[in-house]
Design a protein around this ligand. Structure first.
Ligand code: S3P
Length: 170
């Protein structure tokens, strides 16, 4: 690894953080960690169940603990949950020590991918308007990532190649 510790993928639900992240990890021969999976394995519950039983604030605390712990690893590709980078402690650590990639898609594409998701607590009772509002509210924060990848006109492989190229020239 070069001057920065890990590669971190961030962005809205449905932006492909996990699938792109795991492909990038494979190409670079790095380990891959998906924070949502880590949370679910740790608590032995789905994220939907955690929200239902303990509420969002509890989920956010666990998300912060697990993300900050995993960021201490090296040579790892880490895909955050959609809200991870919104947390200022997580964001500060990522901006200081890691290479961050925002997978940015047109909001209509994101909306179509997440609106009927039954496993994401934030989308279950949300209207299209609520989801667009959430996407817009988060844009300014996601935009603080070191790199923005505009994904709309790229294939999955092209996105992966772009990230690898950025990493290699860093
Ligand atoms: C969330 C995104 C989800 C998951 C949780 C909250 C968010 O992850 O962490 O449902 O606040 O955007 P994905 O972005 O992987 O769907």
């Amino acid at each position: 690894m070069k001057s920065k510790e890990n590669l971190v993928f961030l962005g809205m639900m449905g932006s492909g953080k996990s699938s792109i992240g795991s492909l990038v990890a494979k190409k670079l021969k790095f380990n891959f960690i998906d924070i949502d999976n880590e949370i679910e394995n740790n608590l032995k519950k789905t994220i939907k169940k955690i929200f239902e039983e303990k509420g969002e604030n509890y989920f956010r605390k666990i998300e912060e603990q697990i993300t900050l712990k995993k960021l201490r690893l090296h040579n790892t590709v880490i895909s955050l949950g959609g809200g991870g980078f919104i947390n200022k402690h997580i964001r500060k650590e990522i901006l200081k020590n890691h290479l961050s990639f925002w997978l940015n898609w047109d909001k209509k594409i994101l909306l179509s991918r997440i609106k009927n998701s039954k496993k994401r607590p934030l989308t279950i009772n949300a209207s299209d308007y609520d989801l667009i509002e959430l996407i817009e509210k988060r844009y300014g924060i996601y935009a603080k990532a070191l790199y923005e990848i505009k994904c709309d006109d790229l294939t999955k492989n092209e996105i992966v190649d772009k990230v690898v190229e950025i990493y290699e020239t860093n």
